[in-house]
Design a protein around this ligand. Sequence first.
Ligand code: AMP
Length: 285
Amino acid sequence: MKIPIVRTLSALQKITREWRTANKEISVVPTMGALHAGHLSLVREAKSMSDKVIVTLFVNPTQFNNTKDLKSYPRSEEDDIKKLESFNIDLLYAPENHEIYPEGYATQISVSGVSEGLCGDHRPGHFNAVATVVAKLLIQTSANIALFGEKDYQQLHVIKRMVKDLDIPVRIVGCETIRETDHLAISSRNLLLSDKDRKRAPILAKTLMDAAKRIETGEPQKIVLEDSIKILRSSGFRSIEYLELRAESDLKVLEMVDEPARILASIYLGNVRLIDNVKVRFGNS
Ligand code: AMP
């Protein structure tokens, strides 16, 4: 079925106002397009938990650290629309740049704490840009629920913190990472891998999963993480930006695993930056 595509804030608000008057629960799935099974799992989850589903498609220029990366970001709006039609969503909001950043735009949201370290150290300004655009999309759509992937685990924490601190009336739902059958976390960047690198890319997920199991059985995290780095280096990965264990609740550094945790990594294969994270269970978590 054809889905309404809205490109202006005023048209968006006209529709959402009617939904709100009719007491409809609205969820939103913010995306930058080039939709894949990971994004679509969020859409499926959104459909199951609300009356109306909005997907947003906006390639946010401020969150890229260089213009080359922004220019090479995959864009496939027609295909995205076809994929969304099969899910029968209620609205696609694909705003023009000036609907998000009107002339004279001067406001930025900065979330400290959870945005520091990990990706925050390697992508200066990235999380401020993400927090800012997400805040705008949440306010513009007036959604009750917003869904984000655990694939971008630090981003999920930044958004949860921001929503809490600014009293934005929306429930943030984190959804598990969708993987290829060989365990590689699905990402639009996977398409940029050479054939040879695509074959070895799953070693990242497998190494993190094995490390999680070893830590769960009580092996010292320092040794396990060092072993993981060695395995990745010898498998052709380069520039390991980080491979760290952090608390699941607030991303604090853990000297020992005495609460549920995550191992998070960012690493290059060829020129492609891959990120992934896996859960480390503690007790019954
Ligand atoms: P993006 O278009 O890359 O900004 O991603 C939009 C949303 O999809 C974010 O909340 C991501 O965390 C989520 N996402 C991306 N890849 C995956 C995946 N493999 N599994 C689950 N969610 C994902």
